[in-house]
Ligand binder design. Structure first.
Ligand code: SF4
Length: 335
């Protein structure tokens, strides 16, 4: 059984990235099989509950108020609309409902409004996840009190490359929010984005940061940059797709018990590339035609792909009162 480590050196991680592709995939798939059913994939659905006009300057993001991306701004969605979307997502097989708001950080009033959404979605038997920007300790605690299962807050990239992408908040700000979330007892969803023009060493450093957190994130989304006209990263040289697969594989090897999510960028991926990502250890996807504001594969295409690959969904575990994370406590994705 692969041991869970939190002391990876950058050199060790770079060596994993540099393995011959077949060796790396075999390694990752072997680790994956120790902890998970290799043919089970968890499906989450993501809804933008407040869109655009964000004061941050994340260079990849169409929701930043600093870039002209012709995105229509929307105020916080009414509770009823959120619940209809959650109901529809559940009917299509999603077991987790994620809600994203384009804020630098929520104020306490906004947090209460989101808290109502969390409670109501949870009552429908779905796991809940929100991504609202930076949180203070008392806010994380409040979200825990209303029953939030997961908080998403990505590290995005390596500490070295970070300043090339975002200047309005620091890497340490992100780590602080993650530790408030962890301290409150909420599961952590944290990953990054590749294909932003970073060097291979930055991808290794990003994985190192994630894998050396005191506790691995239960969910690790690996995103491929979706280039949106009007954002500073539009026109960045595309990443070799095999380097994307390698990132998934190294995340799987270094965080063996985490759900590794194939996230943004799937719409532009061939079925064959997605199959390689599953082989490399990805076992979670976002379902739905939109990922916040960018396109995502249609549900029918996903269903067909699942059939062709003999994949099945992890069943809903909310009813068990537990959240699937590891071989020992995951009732549905475990090996
Ligand atoms: S990624 Fe989030 S914080 Fe950054 S600009 Fe977009 S909405 Fe704002």
């Amino acid at each position: 059984m692969t041991s869970t480590r939190h002391d990876w050196t950058q050199k060790e991680i770079e060596q994993l990235f540099q393995q011959p592709f077949n060796d790396l995939l075999f390694h990752a798939q072997s680790v994956h099989r120790e902890h998970f059913d290799p043919n089970a994939v968890q499906m989450s659905s993501l809804l933008s509950i407040k869109t655009g006009a964000c004061p941050e300057d994340c260079g990849y993001c169409p929701q930043s108020a600093k870039y002209n991306t012709e995105l229509e701004r929307e105020a916080l969605m009414p509770l009823g609309e959120v619940l209809s979307a959650a109901r529809a997502a559940k009917a299509k097989g999603a077991s987790r409902f994620c809600m994203g708001a384009a804020w630098r950080n929520p104020n306490d009033r906004q947090l209460e409004q989101v808290g109502e959404m969390v409670s109501a979605v949870r009552d429908m038997g779905l796991e809940t996840c929100v991504t609202l920007g930076m949180l203070e300790a008392h806010q994380a605690q409040r979200l825990r009190d209303v029953g939030l299962d997961y908080y998403n807050h990505n590290l995005d990239t390596s500490p070295d490359y970070y300043g090339e992408v975002i200047t309005t908040r620091t890497y340490q700000d992100r780590l602080d929010t993650l530790s408030h979330v962890r301290d409150a007892g909420i599961h952590v969803c944290c990953g990054g984005i590749v294909g932003m023009g970073e060097a291979p060493s930055d991808r290794a450093e990003l994985v190192q940061q994630l894998a050396n957190l005191p506790q691995h994130p239960e969910s690790v989304p690996i995103n491929l940059l979706v280039q949106v006209a009007g954002t500073p990263l539009y026109g960045t040289e595309a990443l070799d797709p095999f380097d994307f697969v390698r990132t998934i594989a190294v995340a799987r090897i270094t965080m063996p018990q985490s759900m590794v999510r194939l996230s943004a960028g799937r719409n532009d991926m061939s079925d064959e590339l997605q199959a390689l990502c599953f082989m490399a250890g990805a076992n979670s996807i976002f379902y739905g035609d939109k990922l916040l504001t960018t396109d995502n594969p249609e549900a029918e295409r996903d269903q067909k792909l699942f059939e062709r690959l003999g994949l099945h969904l992890c069943a809903d575990t909310r009813a068990s009162g537990d959240v699937p994370t590891t071989k020992s406590d995951d009732k549905t994705c475990a090996a």
